[in-house]
Design a binder for this molecule. Structure first.
Ligand code: ITT
Length: 195
């Protein structure tokens, strides 16, 4: 079965391919089959809505099943921000380093006890422009005070896991066993297996 992923984020695509590697599915970027400049506006107010918007838009254009990942980091002390705005926290097109610097600045005065944060991932599965199912995974941690680690991407250097390491200090295969993305894709895997 061919499964296309509606993402322009190469890090996400790599992780999704690795996580689904044991499955009998052939994972591609949906953008391999569309015009390069095709863009989907994320107008939703939740991870689920945005994942569905992306999966529906691409699945209307190409054959077969399409999944989309909408994800981000939610910090309790900031009322859940950056949340669905994670990719563009410091502005549209901001680099990961700029988003991370802004997040550290906005939480400078947040006490250690109030730094609970989690990654959230919604995976939408669509066909012919219609959402069939949405799966959600979360990965709980604490917001660090400095960036640590060279693996992963995005906010990984800032989310400290219960063992004291940030997700960017985890090897890729370790992250892929506990991440929000893994948890959402596990639910997708079970759903596809039952189908
Ligand atoms: P697509 O919409 O094309 O998939 P995007 O990067 O714009 O790419 P999102 O709107 O879902 O995707 O934003 C996700 C952002 O959340 C991402 O750019 C990171 O800043 C952050 N993020 C999500 N998952 C992450 C992870 O596993 N590790 C670190 N940061 C993550």
């Amino acid at each position: 079965m061919r499964l296309c992923v509606a993402t322009k984020n190469a890090h996400k695509l790599k992780e999704i391919k690795e996580i689904l590697s044991g499955l009998n599915v052939d994972v591609h970027s949906a953008y391999e089959f569309t015009e390069n400049d095709f863009d989907v506006e994320e107008t939703g107010t939740t991870f689920e809505e945005n994942a569905a918007i992306k999966a529906d838009a691409l699945s209307a254009l190409i054959e077969g099943y399409v999944i989309a990942d909408d994800s981000g980091l939610c910090v309790d002390a900031l009322g859940g921000e950056p949340g669905i705005y994670s990719a563009r926290y410091a502005g549209v097109g901001a680099a990961d380093a700029e988003n991370n610097a802004l997040l550290l600045k906005n939480t400078e005065k947040t006490a250690d006890a109030d730094r609970a944060a989690r990654f959230v991932c919604a995976i939408a599965l669509s066909k012919d422009g219609v959402t069939e199912k949405i799966f959600r995974g979360e990965c709980e941690g604490v917001l660090g005070r400095t960036e640590r680690g060279g693996n992963g991407f995005g906010y990984d250097p800032l989310l400290v896991m219960p063992d004291g390491r940030t997700l960017a200090e985890y090897a890729p295969e370790e992250k892929n066993r506990i991440s929000h993305r893994f948890r959402a894709l596990e639910l997708l895997r079970k759903y596809l297996a039952e189908k």
